[in-house]
Design a protein around this ligand. Structure first.
Ligand code: SF4
Ligand code: SF4
Length: 487
């Protein structure tokens, strides 16, 4: 294994970033001990963590009355009945394009936020960031802040070290278990599966996925931490294509900070920068980098270094904002001793993303508002493609699937046209001839009927039209199917 090699980089008189320390590709990971930061961004992160975790753990327990016989869980991916419920929205397999639309909206939303605020998703809301933050909080509770944790790890194994490590890993595992357990609640009725879990009656898949999520949470948030962001996640690479020089990023102000160096109280601020090389921005960094080395792939833009530096600036009586959200154009302007341009929200890419999000959003709302509540699907028998009856007529068999998406049973009138002289029968129902037939369909369900269509022998290869109509509302759906006969 190679060792990390640190370059001694010049800090005096620099107008731009000093290069980051060179690291061998296969360098052994150095354990990072992030120090607790205090400030407005840390507070925002606590709030985001509480809200996102609260939503994740509690949402499956929220009930939503949809009528008798329909799941009353507000958010549920019901694989058994092949439906997805999200409060008042109900996605059937036939509406899968809405899920695709939601995914596209989420991706475009992420693109928009990235082009405006850089990697704000990574720094605040990504599950890896949120759970790692939670795990570090637990670690701090048992082992203390950065210096205490470093001392503990360097020290020999004692009872004190053992119980602290044991306590930390126990709580980590409990959190991991709750995380895995909460995941399965999203695709089962939460109270039932939670009860069944402890009595051994939950489905095997529930145990399997809960176990998998428990292990991944424990290892990714507890052990892997920043390595997931740096080495495993594709987002840092993708986001480079989504931002431009006008996006806001956590940035060190070289023009203000350099030349840096420790400072005595008696020394003047003339001829030197505001950075006193206190290392606080590095110590709070959860990925262990030095923002003063410029924009780096590892930086998740959590802004904790802003808090650390602002605290230090306040302490030494200098203006805050030595590390701040800034754009690349502003940084370049300052380096050239020019006035930095104002931050521009309206840029071609932000306008494009906004227009796309609005257009897809409007389309989806319109689609949901006008979503059909009945649907008919026809599947023709493949084998045999047709049979010749004793009277010489040709008969084809079909399966008609009638979908009723409302919570009341309905009667649907089915009529079949397209071939002169055709007649049809529905197995299990009294019907002969070509007159429409009324078929009952259960509430919020799918009923299947076998239909046999006969036509005179000379009909050949034709198409039949099957129209399904709700006798009360008049809502209709039409399907076409092929009719086969001898050539
Ligand atoms: S450099 Fe600053 S913003 Fe980037 S990850 Fe470290 S603390 Fe967060
Ligand atoms: S916290 Fe601020 S003053 Fe301290 S080293 Fe970082 S940039 Fe310099």
């Amino acid at each position: 294994m190679g060792q990390t090699t640190l370059n001694i980089h010049p800090s005096a008189g620099s107008g731009g970033p000093t290069p980051p320390p060179h690291k061998d590709l296969y360098a052994k990971r150095e354990q990072i001990y992030p120090k607790l930061a205090h400030g407005k961004f840390r507070l925002v992160k606590w709030v985001v963590m509480a809200v996102t975790l609260g939503v994740y753990y509690l949402l499956p327990w929220v009930r939503w009355d949809r009528g008798e016989g329909i799941p009353d869980q507000a958010v549920l991916a019901d694989f058994q009945s092949e439906k997805f419920y999200f409060f008042f929205i109900e996605i059937w397999p036939q509406d899968i394009h809405f899920l695709a639309g939601l995914l596209i909206l989420a991706a475009l939303g992420l693109f928009l936020v990235t082009s405006l605020l850089g990697r704000v998703w990574c720094g605040y809301t990504c599950p890896q960031t949120v759970w790692t933050d939670l795990y570090i909080w637990v670690e701090r509770a048992f082992e203390g802040d950065r210096a205490a944790r470093m001392r503990l790890d360097k020290g020999k194994w004692t009872f004190n070290k053992a119980w602290r490590k044991l306590g930390k890993h126990t709580i980590w595992l409990i959190i991991a278990f709750w995380t895995g357990g909460a995941f399965i609640l999203y695709w089962h009725d939460a109270p039932m599966v939670a009860q069944g879990w402890f009595t051994g009656e939950a489905p095997l898949s529930a145990y399997w996925f809960a176990g998998l999520l428990t292990l991944t949470t424990y290892f990714l948030a507890g052990w892997m931490r920043e390595q997931v962001c740096t080495y495993m996640c594709p987002w840092p690479r993708i986001q480079a294509a989504l931002t431009d020089e006008h996006a806001l990023n956590v940035t060190y102000r070289y023009d203000r900070g350099e030349p840096r160096g420790p400072k005595r109280k008696s020394e003047s601020w003339d001829e030197r920068g505001d950075c006193i090389d206190c290392d606080q921005c590095v110590q709070v960094c959860p990925v262990g980098i030095d923002i003063r080395n410029g924009s780096q792939l590892e930086c998740i833009h959590c802004a904790l270094c802003i808090d650390a530096c602002d605290q230090m600036m306040t302490k030494i009586g200098r203006p805050t904002g030595l590390i701040a959200y800034d754009t690349d154009v502003a940084v370049a302007a300052r380096a050239a001793h020019q006035t930095p341009p104002r931050y521009r929200i309206l840029r071609s890419r932000t306008v494009l993303y906004t227009v796309l999000i609005s257009a897809i959003g409007v389309l989806m709302i319109w689609g949901l508002a006008t979503k059909a509540t009945i649907e008919a699907n026809v599947l023709k028998d493949r084998s045999p493609p047709f049979v010749q009856l004793s009277d010489g007529n040709i008969q084809n068999g079909y399966t008609l699937k009638l979908v009723n998406k409302i919570s009341e049973p309905r009667t649907m009138q089915v009529s079949i046209t397209g071939i002169e002289g055709l007649s049809y029968s529905v197995i299990g129902m009294e019907h002969e001839g070509a007159e429409p037939i009324e078929l009952p369909v259960e509430a919020h369900g799918v009923d299947r009927y076998r239909i046999l269509i006969s036509a005179p022998a000379g009909a050949g290869q034709r198409q039949v039209t099957i129209t399904v109509k709700d006798t009360e509302t008049g809502e209709t759906d039409t399907n076409r199917a092929s009719f086969r006969g001898p050539n």
